[in-house]
Structures are given as C-alpha cells and as structure tokens.
Design a binder for this molecule. Structure first.
Ligand code: DP6
Length: 326
C-alpha cells in the first residue's frame, strides 16, 4: 500500500491556457512541452487503514486540500476508502511559474495509483494526472510531449499526453532565469477561468491552437530549432496577450522578465539560437542547443533583476523510486 515516484517539471512550447470542462479538467486545446531534467518532485504515498484523514506533508509548499481531492479520485478508481499519508518535496521553488503543479501531480498520480494497487497504462496515468493539473498530464513523459485535447467530453479518457521524441533523440537545453520566487498572485486555474470569461481574445486563442500544434509537430520532427523557437515565442506572446485582455488584466511579467526576453533577442541578433517562453509567473525559460547553454546563462545572469539562472537538459519519464524518506 506504499509507493514513491519522481516526476520532472515541464515547460510548454505551445501553451495550454483554457479549459472546456472544469469538473474533469479538460483542456480547451492541446499543448506541447519539453520535460526538464533539473527540476523534479518526489512524492511518497502510503494508504493506511488507521488514518481518519489524509496526512499530507508538502515540504516545498502547495495546496494540501487539492492533493486530498486528487486522492479521492484514486480511491474511487480503486474502490476503497482508506486515507493516505503523503509526503512530497520539490528541488525548486513551488508556485512561482516553474510548473510545480505539473511535476507534483504527475509524481502523485504515479505513486498514489501504484500504492492503491491500480493497474494503469501510461495513457490512463496521464489522464489521471490531468485531473490534478492539466500540465501534469505531460510530466508523465520525458523529452518532447504533446497533450491531446481529446474528444470524449463524458469521461475525458482521451485527454492525455503522448510522447513525441525522447530526450536523447534531440538533446537540447533549457536555461531558466529566475526573477522572483514568490508565489504568483493569481494561480493558473483561476487565471484561465478569468481569461475565458472576460478576455475578448480568448476565442481567437483557442481557434489558433490546432495550426500552432501542427506546425510545432513538424518543426520538432525536423529537429528545426529556429522554427521550434519562433513557434514557441509566438505561442507564449499570444497566450500573454490573451491574459492581458482579461478583466482585470493578468500581468505575470516583471520589468526583468522583459529585459531577459530582450536579451534573448540580442543573442539571436549575434547568431546564437535561444528562444524564450514565460508561463504564469515572471520567470523566463530559454530553449537552446546544449553547446550554447553556458553563453545563454552568462547573458541572462547579467540582466538586472535576474536572481539565479539554472540550466536543465531535457528530462526522462516519471518513474517509481525507492522511498526518499526511508
Ligand atoms: C501557463 O496545468 O497549472 O503553465 O490545469 O488548472 O492545474 P490547471 O493549470 P496548469 O496550467 C499551466 C499553464 C501554463 C501553460 C502550460 O503549462 O501549458
């Protein structure tokens, strides 16, 4: 009745921002991401007949209530009532637009379903993780990953991720410029609801997704970094434009965010291929060749307001691990 798992964070190149159903957490569009080797969550779950409530210890912060609701889904699947002892930690700041919900719920889905004795395929695990957090569905896989929108609105069974390329099939680096690690003011879930309800740009955002996804699939298949980069920056800016159009507008950027973004444009003007993306927080993540990662790091570290810079290679699938707290 116990299992532990590790899952890595991911960064979307083609963004997910909007749901078509919040009960099942079905995305309005597909999305495409890369999984990051350097950022991970480790989670241990033990179902215990002696517990009367879930005992949840999130060492790096996070929402215990949301974890408990997720465990209810696992209990329903397993046909049992037992409460669980959950312990989890991240090796990076939580809730600051570094995709902690992605790695967190992916690790939880894997550990909790194994601990509950559920035999689930990778697709089923990914669809389960989606119900914890949409981006978590992608963190079940390493390398380049596509989240499928799915067509089944009744069960959501086909709204799961699929692997596009493993990390070793196209080794790239992501350089993360950390600008502010404070928890963001409006979380992704609330931000998406507000955007869909009030932004006049939301429909156009959803309408453009299939073309962006198709173009990105081709660019990844061709290992065309310049094209992947252009599409990545386009999807990011279009998502933030949609957020800015909400009422009140959602502004996740800080001055250093824009300065870091400009630094990447300057690097490209000097012939270095580095492309940025920004999630629901101020951090800037740059995709580049591994050989260029040190130069990108040095340039971003000089931007006023950038506090720390981390390099990650592309990471592996989520996996079961020995209990890290044993
Ligand atoms: C901007 O997966 O955190 O990072 O499904 O409500 O938990 P919920 O949202 P979440 O949203 C991620 C938004 C994003 C873009 C992305 O990762 O695709």
């Amino acid at each position: 009745m116990q299992a532990a798992a590790r899952a890595h964070a991911n960064i979307a190149l083609i963004k997910y921002w909007g749901k078509r159903d919040s009960a099942l957490n079905l995305p309005a569009t597909g999305s495409i991401s890369v999984t990051l080797e350097a950022l991970h969550s480790e989670t241990r779950v033990r179902f215990d007949p002696n517990l009367v409530t879930d005992a949840i210890m999130l060492e790096s912060g996070g929402d215990a209530e949301r974890v408990s609701r997720f465990l209810d889904l696992v209990r329903a699947l397993a046909g049992m009532e037992m409460r669980a002892d959950v312990r989890s930690r991240n090796n990076f700041p939580t809730g600051a637009g570094l995709a902690s919900s992605a790695s967190g719920f992916a690790a939880l889905a894997l550990a909790a379903s194994r601990a509950a004795g559920i035999e689930a395929s990778p697709s089923e695990l990914s669809a389960l993780a989606r119900q914890g957090s949409g981006s978590a569905a992608r963190s079940l896989y390493g390398g380049f990953v596509e989240m499928q929108r799915g067509r089944d609105d009744r069960t959501g069974a086909d709204a799961h991720a699929v692997p596009l390329l493993a990390a070793h099939e196209w080794p790239l680096a992501v350089v993360v410029a950390i600008i502010d690690t404070g928890t963001k003011s409006v979380g992704s879930t609330d931000g998406m609801t507000r955007t869909a309800a009030t932004s006049p740009f939301h429909d156009a955002w959803v309408a453009g997704a299939d073309a962006d996804l198709a173009a990105m699939r081709t660019a990844i298949r061709d290992r065309n970094l310049e094209r992947v980069g252009e599409l990545t920056e386009h999807s990011c800016l279009k998502m933030h434009a949609t957020m800015l159009g909400a009422q009140p507008g959602l502004i996740y950027w800080q001055p250093a965010t824009l300065a870091a973004w400009q630094t990447l444009a300057d690097l490209r003007a000097d012939g270095l291929a580095a492309y940025g993306t920004i999630d629901a927080g101020p951090q800037v993540k740059a995709l580049c060749r591994i050989a260029d990662a040190d130069a990108v790091t040095a340039a971003l570290a000089q931007v006023p307001g950038v506090r720390d810079v981390r390099i990650s290679h592309l990471g592996p699938d989520a996996s079961l691990i020995a209990d890290p707290w044993a």
